[in-house]
Design a protein around this ligand. Structure first.
Ligand SMILES: [Fe+2]
Ligand SMILES: [Fe+2]
Length: 174
């Protein structure tokens, strides 16, 4: 059985993952408005991944006999100051999410819950990957300059990001 403390913390993390999904969707809408459909597509795919991150915890809690409780998802920002600032904000958000995951792993260890700690280790690795990915995009965007042919090329590159493989459900790992 999941402890009350971990149940509350995992429910909070589900909310954080859905907020992330919502935030990236807001970034996608903003980037579409800036006619950067490649950047917007990348954010859409990111939003889908965050949705799956929420579902992975959702399913795990049910498997452990925990009670999932959903709470209101906060409204994300609507505007950023151009594509570089948007990806910078995304990197900052991922760094914040890494802190949340680390705190959850700490709590799992404190509660001697090895299964939850094991699940959190998956998220720890995922965060390393996500931070690296966004950092790479920020660096490239900065290098190329925030406008002109560089941005056009970068937008084209980001347009080919494939749909993420579902983490849960019938198609998981397919
Ligand atoms: Fe996530
Ligand atoms: Fe993320």
């Amino acid at each position: 059985m999941l402890s009350a403390k971990l149940t509350a913390a995992l429910n909070k993390q589900i909310n954080e993952e859905y907020y992330s999904s919502y935030l990236y969707l807001a970034m996608a809408a903003y980037l579409e408005d800036q006619n950067l459909d490649g950047c917007a597509h990348w954010m859409r795919m990111q939003a889908q991944e965050e949705w799956d991150h929420g579902m992975k915890i959702f399913d795990y809690m049910i498997e452990r006999g925990g009670r999932v409780e959903l709470s209101a998802v906060a409204a994300p920002a609507k505007e950023w100051d151009g594509p570089v600032a948007t990806f910078e904000a995304s990197l900052e958000h991922e760094q914040y999410m890494t802190k949340n995951i680390n705190a959850l792993a700490d709590l799992a260890i404190e509660e001697k819950d090895h299964a939850t700690n094991n699940l959190m280790q998956w998220y720890v690795s995922e965060q390393v990957e996500e931070e690296a990915q966004v950092e790479d995009i920020v660096k490239k965007l900065e290098m190329m300059g925030a406008d002109g042919p560089g941005l056009f090329m970068m937008d084209r590159e980001l347009k080919v990001r494939p749909t993420p493989t579902p983490l849960t459900g019938a198609d998981a790992g397919a």
